[in-house]
Ligand binder design. Structure first.
Ligand code: FES
Length: 120
């Protein structure tokens, strides 16, 4: 049986701890290029790829709890990835968990479970 799972990867970058509210940063982790966004509602992880034309959010800004793409000013809710303004396409998001040993981000993958054992 096919099973959807999350592979949790710990973030070792010290810049995350000091990332201020209404700011964002680029992060490479687990083979993904992410955009971490801190808003008054918390810390969120998104794909660093605007769904409008596939460009990075580098140079963008936070406004009213959204991440605004610098290229054409489309805005996305970092909690859900939903477009708030300018686009109908959404940004991919990843779950974030603060654990005792640090911040972790979950990356979805599919495995095959046979007799209760996940094959990968
Ligand atoms: S590439 Fe982001 S709004 Fe156009």
């Amino acid at each position: 049986m096919w099973v959807e799972k999350l592979r949790w990867v710990r973030v070792d970058d010290p810049r995350v701890r000091t990332l201020p509210v209404d700011a964002h940063m680029r992060l490479s982790l687990g083979g993904h290029t992410l955009r971490l966004v801190r808003t008054p509602a918390g810390l969120f992880a998104l794909e660093d790829r605007c769904p409008h034309q596939g460009r990075s959010f580098e140079g963008g800004w936070c406004e009213d709890g959204c991440l605004v793409c610098p290229w054409h000013r489309f805005a996305y809710d970092p909690a859900t990835g939903r477009a708030r303004q300018g686009s109908t396409a959404n940004v991919g998001t990843f779950p974030v968990e603060q654990r005792e040993n640090g911040l972790h981000i979950g990356f979805p993958y599919t495995t095959f479970r046979l007799f209760g054992i996940d094959l990968w």
